[in-house]
Design a protein around this ligand. Structure first.
Ligand SMILES: [Zn+2]
Length: 168
């Protein structure tokens, strides 16, 4: 299942293939790819935004700018190449995000927490579980509504701790 962003990316690449297969003299193609053909961006022309995005697409798909039209000339080949390429990119992005999340977890293990009520301070790898038991045990009697007191203290935890708690 592709994300919306990757569905749009797929359609942009397909549209590029469609334009590429059109006759050379047709205007939309000249406008879209004129720059790629010459290899240089005309000095005075304003930025061709669509083309910039398309170039990035090609780069992400590891398709060379001077080779993509060979592949795109075959409609079916181009479609397959794009579909599998965009899906692979998406899976790679997910994998990268997992690594980042893991790194965040490691970072948050080195945290410092100071109780807003007393002088209790906890830092280090096992800090989080001490914080939770501190809240439950040390401040049980501060309010008749223990639950709301806990929630109140929990809100003072750093963001990273909250992220960790909601993470599978
Ligand atoms: Zn305390």
């Amino acid at each position: 299942m592709l994300t919306i962003e990757n569905i749009i990316r797929t359609r942009r690449l397909r549209w590029a293939g469609h334009l590429s297969r059109m006759q050379e003299e047709r205007t939309p193609q000249q406008i879209a790819f004129g720059e790629l053909e010459t290899g240089k961006r005309p000095q005075r022309k304003p930025k061709t935004r669509w083309l910039d995005v398309f170039k990035k697409d090609l780069n992400e798909q590891s398709i060379l700018a001077n080779e993509w039209r060979n592949v795109a000339s075959n409609r079916e080949e181009w479609r397959k190449r794009i579909n599998s390429g965009v899906l692979a990119k998406q899976e790679m992005d997910i994998a990268k995000a997992k690594v980042k999340r893991h790194e965040r977890h490691l970072a948050e293990e080195e945290f410092i927490w100071e109780c807003p009520v007393c002088n209790f301070k906890k830092e280090g790898r096992t800090g989080r579980q001490y914080v939770n038991s501190h809240i439950v045990q040390a401040h049980r009697d501060l309010t008749t509504e223990r639950q709301s007191q806990q929630q109140n203290l929990q809100q003072n935890l750093p963001d990273q701790i909250r992220i960790h708690q909601s993470c599978p």
